[in-house]
Design a binder for this molecule. Structure first.
Ligand code: CUA
Length: 324
């Protein structure tokens, strides 16, 4: 079984399908029998029948029992999906229009979900904009990612391999492109991959300054860190999921490409009127915080405001400047 849930989910499904098929065939057979047997040439005069206790009991009790059995399987399966093992390997999953991003305990960020096979994994789902739904059909699990409401799901991938990840909640234009992959690897292989991928992690951003008394506020601002292109790259490709809509190679996606963005002249629409802007820091900051203020001509005002700290915005700007 590919995941620990496959057996139970499939058996429940098979049970429901079997009941449906049996009833479908039975009812069809009974219908055909009645049509032939009670044809008006054989029974020209209809009989008037009043109630039948055994029949009524039969068609009340049997379906009730069947429905209770289905409920039992559903409840047991649901409880299993809700009981997350304490030693499960945690991964954060960010859903954003229109990309899944994965973050590991040490800050490592990936586009593909890498997990150790044979070990329980718990996913902490967060949405950065609208409702998405994280769905791994091969594992028989699906869970909504709701903005402001952290949700969880878990599984054990029993067989190493690659399996498709889908978004199962319509979330806008590129919903059907919101695809990813989960790659289950034998523990040892996973450990090797995790160690080598984590080696390239850049230094963490400086901790945000505590609020200073009013007089010193300006000074506190001067002390904050420089933008770091490596950290910016991680935000653009990871947490911010910018690359879901902005390409890095010049190709046109939902939004303008980031390639050669800095210093570029763009025609933007402000309240329906065309205007020329040169992309500078101020324009980037405005476009992150209030994306619909100046939308580049030819694009739709689709982007939601991004919640990034000032430091993160400086990092992003430093990174954008490297994309020549
Ligand atoms: Cu995200 Cu559909």
């Amino acid at each position: 079984m590919i995941s620990n849930f496959v057996g139970r989910v499939d058996n429940t499904f098979l049970f429901v399908i079997t009941i449906s098929v049996v009833f479908f065939l039975g009812l069809t057979a009974a219908m055909i029998y009645f049509v032939v047997h009670y044809h008006h040439r054989k029974h020209p005069k209809g009989e008037n029948i009043h109630g039948s206790l055994p029949l009524e009991l039969l068609w009340t009790v049997i379906p009730t029992i069947l429905v209770l059995i289905i409920f039992y399987y559903g409840m047991v399966g649901y409880r299993e999906m809700q009981s997350i093992p304490k030693d499960a390997f945690p991964v954060k999953v960010y859903g954003a229009m229109w990309k899944w991003t994965f973050e590991y305990e040490n800050g490592l960020i990936t586009d593909t979900l890498y997990v150790p096979a044979g070990k329980p994994v718990v996913l902490h789902l967060e949405s950065r904009d609208v409702i998405h739904s994280f769905y791994i059909p091969a594992f028989r699990i699906k869970q909504d990612a709701v903005p402001g409401v952290p949700t969880k799901m878990w599984f054990t991938a029993n067989e190493p391999g690659s399996y498709q990840v889908l978004c199962a909640e319509y979330c806008g234009d590129r919903h059907s492109y919101m695809l990813s992959e989960v790659r289950a690897m034998p523990q040892q292989e996973f450990d090797t991959w995790y160690a080598s991928a984590s080696k390239e992690l850049p230094a963490p951003a400086p901790v945000a300054q505590a609020k200073k008394p009013a007089g010193e506020e300006k000074k506190a601002g001067e002390e904050t860190g420089e933008g770091d292109p490596e950290r910016g790259k991680r935000i653009v490709q990871g947490k911010g999921a910018c690359t879901a809509c902005h390409s890095l190679d010049g190709s046109r996606l939902v939004g303008p490409s980031f390639k050669g963005l800095f210093g570029r002249k763009e025609t933007v629409l402000v309240d329906g009127k065309e205007q020329e802007v040169v992309v500078d820091e101020a324009y980037v900051i405005e476009s992150i915080k209030n994306p619909s203020a100046k939308v580049v001509k030819g694009y739709q005002p689709l982007m939601p405001p991004q919640q990034l700290t000032d430091q993160e915005i400086r990092d992003v700007i430093a990174y954008l400047k490297t994309l020549k």
